[in-house]
Each structure stands twice: as structure tokens, then as C-alpha cells.
Write a protein that binds this ligand. Structure first.
Ligand code: ARG
Length: 565
């Protein structure tokens, strides 16, 4: 908001001068010199054949003549070799903070509301959830919350992988061991899937048999369907339990199986629009474009044996979503390695004409690695159950913070969530990252516990001390104070950038920076025994606003605040 206001003003100055350059300013990292900086004069120097400093001086002169009455800046100056430095006036800073404090959602101007479907989580039933699924849940939940906060009508769907080969494998395994329907338990499923999956790799005939079972299930075999129902029921319950622990919630629990009833209508549409082709007995859609650097292979819609694939169910699900919700957008939060799959699916949508009214986005993420740089494994073993990850995280937190032994169980769970989520969300989702359980469990550094500790520390002062002012005065008292205020002013821009890029990491890093500023402020300014009552009240007011922002934004990362730690 602040940046935009200054940019708009600067743009008018540049236009007046006939300078064809964008008024792009950046937040200064030398807060002692200025709050914001403009460096456009450097690149424009070649155009005008003048030195950057001359250009900057001309701009500043023009600014001063246009904005004589303007009170938003304390200082604007051209400095060698050609920057323009902007320093906000105390009055303007505080007026803006007052507005943020008074208005709901800090007075942020929200974009035009859209209906957005978000597809995340995507666990496969009958297989234990692994760390990869954790990322989709954490990143997806945060993107969902940011979209909702910004006023969009968001519909979330977990899109269970419930009709793939793993079902055939598990049914095969259960039957082989003569396990009756009612005797199946989640532990049995957790044991059977890995062993069957291994067997299929070594024994081609078992693999074929499992594929046959899967196909017959999809074609409506009643007996297999009973197994499927039972497996799905047990597995979904376990998945829900884990998502509940993570405070991750979906509007719909549809799965691939639910998409099957849309396949006939979809096939008909593909046929009328002459999009399907036959190749070696399979039905495919060619999605090559001339502009492609790398060849995009066709989407296989139906295999020679009549079976449908991952792409088919995704397309049928899109059919359902458009019919039911008429969304402006559909977002998918999955592993980056699925990028090609979504490219194919989206291109089929383009051919169908669906992209006219609906925008499709694949939001990919990288891998969670262990300290050895390989995909993360818990101590418990190769197919890490998330339960053991939670348990190990709790232990690590208690080891590095022994006095927290007295924390109650629900607060500890909040901490486990904060540790795991903040470790993840501080990274650009497209990057791999190393989950170092010990590093992320401490209260120092860029960690969840650090953020929560900062909040609680400030909160305890606010609970002890009273203040009665309703607005900030005109004054900013010192350097750390100023830094904190300016940081809070960046909220709107940060949130919007995080929204537009679908990067919760932008928000997560901002919250960390707020905390760094709060702690620096707190170390420097001893509020408790301050004589100057007016100053004290202003500072309490400011800290209260900072904590309010922290809490509301932490919720967008689905991080809760413990009672104490
Ligand atoms: N079940 C899939 C997997 O484990 C992820 C599903 C993602 N969503 C989708 N609509 N394809 O890889």
C-alpha cells in the first residue's frame, strides 16, 4: 500500500518529465539512510545520455514542485551515484498504522472475488502417507487460506488416489492371505501394500493379475467393490486423522473413483469435438504445439485393454468441477514432477474450450530431503508414517527446550505443527529443502518456535501493562521503533505478492522479519520501567498491532498459538 502510493506519485513525476520508465521502487535495506529507494535512473542514463545523478536530481526537483503540500515524506533526495532515497514522515507512517489497526483485515484492498477450486493433499488410499503428501497438504492449505482471506470463494477437494493399481495390489494381497473383509485393519493395509508392490516388481504374472483386478473393479465387479469400499473407508479415516492433526480441512473428499461416472459424458464431448485419436489400439489426445521446444507426448485417454488412466480421471474430475461449480480457476498443488502430466491435461482442456472460462494452474513443489540430501526418512524406516515424524519432532523439541516439559499435550501438538509447517513454508515451494529436525525445533533462528516465542513474549507484556490511547501519536521515537513500524506497513504488498505468486513463503518470511524487528525493538526499548507514559502507551499500542498482524497471518500458514511455552 505504501509502496504503491509512492510509486503512483513517482509515476506522475516521470510522466510529467516525459521519462518513459516504470516508477518501480524497492524497500531499502539501509533503514538509517531511507525507507525506500529508486534506482531507475541508472538504466535510463543511456537513453537520455545523461549521468544517473543528473536524472535523479531532475526527478526530485519535479517531485518537489508537484507535491509542495504533500506531507507523506520527511525527505526525498538524489544521492550519488544516482539513487533517489525516500524517507516517510512520522505522521504518515502513524496515520497508516492507525488505519490498519481500525479496519478489518488491516484495510487491505482485496482483488475481485473469484470462484476457485483447489486440489491438494492427493493422498493414495491403502498406501501410508509419506512426507511428499505432507508438503501438498501444508502448502495447499496455506494457499487456500490466503485465497479465502483475500475474499475468494474457495472450494477444496482432496482428490484421493483411490482407483489406481495399488488397490488391485492390495485386494490381491488380502485375498491371497484369506483375510476376510471385516478383519481388515489399517495395520494390515500398511503391511500388505509395500510387500505387494515389491512382489509386482519381481513377478510379472502377479503384476498382470493385479492389473486385471484393478480393471475389473473399475468395470464394476461386485466382490472387488466390497473390498474397495472397506479399504477406502479405513484408509480415509486414517488420512483424515492425520489431516485433522495438521489442521488441514477439505470441503470435498472426492476421489478418482468418483470421476468415473463423468467419463461417458466426457468421452462423448471429446468425440463430437473430434479430439480423440486412435493409436495402437489406445485412445489418445495429441497435445503437441508448434512452439514446443521439447516434445509433449500425447495424453493417453484409454488403454488398449479399455482401462482408463490418471489423465482420464483428472479430465473427468474437471468435467465434474465445471458442471458443479463453474470455477474461474482450478489450482493443483502437487509434486513438480507431475508438471508434464498437468501440461497434457490442461492442453486437452484448451482443445475442449474449457480454458475460455476457467484458468488452470499447476503449483508444483520440490522434495523434502534429509540432512543427507536424499528424500527425508524418519528413524522408523523407509516408508515413513507421518505419525512417527510427528513423534520425533515432539521429542526433538523437548530435547532442545527441556523446560517445556510442563507444556500441555495440546500446546505441544501446536508446536509440532509450527515446527513442521514453518520449516516447509519458509522455502519457495518450488525448491527442495532439507528438513533438519533439530535445527527447526529450537527457538532461535528462522523457526516456528522462534515466531511463537516472540508472539508470547510480547503478549505477556501486553497482558501485564495497560494502555488507553486509541491511536498512535505523530511521533516515531527511534531507529528500532521506526524499523518495526515500516515493516508493518509492508503487510499489504507482501500479502498480495504472496497471493499473486501462490507462494506462502513470501508471507512466512515476512512474519519472520516482523519477529526479528519486534525482538530488536524489545531488546532496545525497555518498556516495563519507562517513565514517559505517552511513549509507553504508544509502544504498547504498536506491539499490540504487531501481534495482531502476526496472529492473523500465522493463521494463513495454519499455525496456531500455544497458551504458553
Ligand atoms: N494421488 C496423486 C499422487 O499421489 C496426486 C493427486 C493430485 N491431484 C490430481 N488432481 N491429480 O501422486
Amino acid at each position: 500500500m505504501i509502496i504503491n502510493i509512492i510509486e503512483e506519485k513517482l509515476q506522475k513525476v516521470l510522466d510529467n518529465l516525459g521519462y518513459e520508465m516504470p516508477a518501480k521502487i524497492i524497500v531499502s535495506n539501509r533503514k538509517d539512510l531511507c525507507d525506500y529507494q529508486f534506482d531507475g535512473s541508472f538504466s535510463y542514463a543511456k537513453v537520455l545520455h545523461k549521468s544517473p545523478i543528473e536524472i535523479s536530481e531532475t526527478i526530485v526537483k519535479m517531485w518537489e514542485s508537484i507535491y509542495k503540500e504533500d506531507t507523506s515524506l520527511k525527505k526525498i533526495e538524489a544521492v550519488k551515484p544516482g539513487f533517489i532515497n525516500f524517507t516517510l514522515s512520522d505522521e504518515f507512517i502513524n496515520e497508516t498504522l492507525n488505519k490498519m489497526n481500525e479496519e478489518p483485515k488491516f484495510g487491505i484492498k482485496m482483488p475481485k472475488s473469484e470462484t476457485i477450486v483447489i486440489d491438494y493433499g492427493g493422498p493414495n488410499i491403502a498406501k501410508p502417507l509419506h512426507v511428499g503428501h505432507l508438503r501438498s497438504a501444508i502448502v495447499g492449505e496455506s494457499i487456500k487460506r490466503i485465497l479465502e482471506y483475500c475474499g475468494h470463494n474457495v472450494i477444496s477437494d482432496v482428490h484421493l488416489g483411490d482407483y489406481g493399481l495399488q488397490i488391485g495390489q492390495v485386494i490381491y494381497g488380502l485375498k491371497k492371505e484369506n483375510i476376510e473383509l471385516e478383519d481388515i485393519t489399517i495395520d494390515i493395509l500398511d503391511r500388505i501394500y509395500p510387500s505387494m508392490s515389491a512382489l509386482c516388481k519381481s513377478d510379472e504374472s502377479v503384476k498382470e493379475e493385479c492389473a486385471r483386478i484393478t480393471k475389473e473393479l473399475q468395470d464394476g465387479n461386485a466382490e472387488y467393490h466390497k473390498y474397495f469400499k472397506r479399504i477406502k473407508e479405513l484408509s480415509s479415516k486414517d488420512i483424515k486423522r492425520i489431516y485433522d492433526y495438521l489442521d488441514v480441512h477439505f470441503d470435498y473428499w472426492y476421489g478418482e473413483a468418483d470421476a468415473y461416472k463423468y467419463i461417458p459424458k466426457l468421452t462423448e464431448e471429446l468425440e463430437t469435438k473430434k479430439i480423440l485419436e486412435t493409436s495402437e489400439g489406445a485412445r489418445i489426445v495429441n497435445v503437441i504445439k508448434e512452439s514446443d521446444d521439447l516434445e509433449v507426448p500425447p495424453l493417453i485417454y484409454q488403454k488398449q485393454n479399455g482401462a482408463y488412466l490418471y489423465g482420464t480421471t483428472d479430465l473427468a474430475t474437471i468435467y465434474q468441477r465445471i458442471e458443479d461449480y463453474h470455477p474461474n480457476r482450478i489450482l493443483y498443488v502437487t509434486d513438480l514432477r507431475q508438471a508434464l502430466h498437468f501440461k497434457q491435461v490442461f492442453r486437452v482442456c484448451e482443445k475442449l474450450g474449457y480454458t475460455k472460462n476457467t484458468t488452470f494452474e499447476h503449483l508444483g513443489f520440490g522434495t523434502v530431503n534429509g540432512s543427507d540430501g536424499k528424500p527425508y526418512k524418519t528413524r522408523a524406516g523407509s516408508a515413513p508414517k507421518l505419525d512417527s515424524l510427528f513423534k520425533e519432532t515432539k521429542e526433538a523439541f523437548l530435547v532442545s527446550n527441556p523446560k517445556n516439559d510442563e507444556m500441555d499435550e495440546s500446546d505441544l501438538d501446536i508446536l509440532v505443527n509450527a515446527i513442521i509447517k514453518f520449516a516447509d513454508l519458509q522455502n519457495n515451494r518450488e525448491k527442495d529443502y532439507i528438513f533438519d529436525i533439530n535445527k527447526f525445533s529450537t527457538v532461535v533462528g528462522k523457526t516456528g518456535p522462534y515466531i511463537l516465542y516472540t508472539y508470547l513474549r510480547i503478549n505477556s507484556i501486553l497482558e501485564k501493562e495497560e494502555y488507553s490511547i486509541l491511536r498512535l501519536n505523530k511521533e516515531v521515537y527511534n531507529e528500532t521503533d521506526r524499523c518495526l513500524r515500516i515493516k508493518l506497513l509492508e503487510l499489504e504488498n507482501t500479502l498480495k505478492y504472496s497471493l499473486d505468486t501462490r507462494l506462502p513463503s513470501v508471507l512466512a518470511n515476512y512474519l519472520y522479519e516482523i519477529c526479528v524487528n519486534m525482538n530488536a525493538f524489545y531488546e532496545k526499548n525497555h518498556i516495563n520501567n519507562l517513565e514517559d507514559k505517552n511513549k509507553k502507551e504508544n509502544w504498547l499500542f504498536l506491539l499490540n498491532l504487531a501481534n495482531k498482524i502476526l496472529k492473523e497471518m500465522l493463521d494463513l500458514l495454519s499455525i496456531k498459538i500455544p497458551k504458553k511455552m
